[in-house]
Ligand binder design. Structure first.
Ligand code: AKG
Length: 249
């Protein structure tokens, strides 16, 4: 990343992120870049030759064998142009403003909800997927490549939930890779964040969040960029018994 960016959040936006554990912004990149990323995205979701583990069904295939919540991990490995976008540069600037100047990019992923059959992404905290022996300082920047609406599965957050530790989760179903919080009591006062194409939501790794099903007639394409600050190794690993053995391997 050689080019610089002048992208900045206001003091009020920074304060809102630290208070609520999430933030929505109207524009992270240009309409032209969204259009070119969308072409790359659709090409990636039509290929099948991924390395082991880089293409996962987060939910369950339907009765006709169609994926309902496909995810591609490290899409930039398959389309290197995704690593040098304006969106990525702006996202890094924003992550450094929120986590500190030492923040670094940790990886991208892409989650698609097919039209009409896109499954809900269950309520969860991202840190529940990660190494329990480390206290993570991290955030995700979620950018839709079309307008994100309640109808097509925009992000929803529980304000202030990032101040908790990681709460118990379970696999959403036997064949699924998606985790879900055990207790629905945690889900209160949730805020849905519809945003334009090329806008973004930013959430802390312990913010409880969800994205609804896609009941619209067009795909919901989300491109997600992860960033981490300093991690703190814990003297004793937490018990994340819900993780699949292959994740920690
Ligand atoms: O795109 C989605 O449906 C969910 C995204 C998500 O959970 C995340 O970015 O942490």
């Amino acid at each position: 990343m050689t080019e610089t960016t002048t992208f900045r959040l206001s003091d009020a936006q920074v304060a809102a992120f630290h208070r609520d554990g999430f933030l929505a912004i109207e524009q992270l990149t240009t309409a032209d870049e969204v259009a070119s990323m969308r072409e790359v995205y659709d090409r990636l979701f039509s290929r099948r030759d991924f390395d082991q583990g880089d293409h996962l069904e987060l939910s369950e295939v339907d009765a006709e064998g169609r994926e309902t919540l496909p995810q591609i991990l490290s899409p930039e490995k398959y389309a290197p142009e995704l690593a040098s976008t304006l969106a990525r540069r702006n996202a890094l600037a924003l992550a450094r403003q929120l986590l500190g100047p030492e923040a670094e990019h940790s990886g991208d992923h892409a989650i698609m909800k097919p039209p009409g059959l896109g499954a809900p992404t269950p309520w969860h905290q991202d840190e529940a997927y990660w190494n329990p022996a480390v206290l993570h300082t991290a955030l995700s920047i979620w950018m839709p490549l079309q307008e994100a609406t309640v109808e097509n599965g925009c992000m929803c957050f529980v304000p202030g939930s990032h101040v908790r530790d990681v709460v118990p989760h379970h696999l959403a179903s036997a064949d699924a890779h998606a985790l879900e919080v055990d207790s629905s009591d945690l889900v209160a006062d949730e805020v849905a964040c519809p945003i334009p194409a090329g806008g973004a939501t930013i959430h802390h790794c312990r913010t409880v969040h969800y994205a609804g099903p896609n009941v619209s007639t067009t795909p919901r394409r989300a491109y997600i960029m992860g960033f981490h600050g300093q991690h703190r190794p814990l003297p004793v690993a937490r018990d994340f018994s819900w993780q699949r053995p292959e994740w920690t391997a």
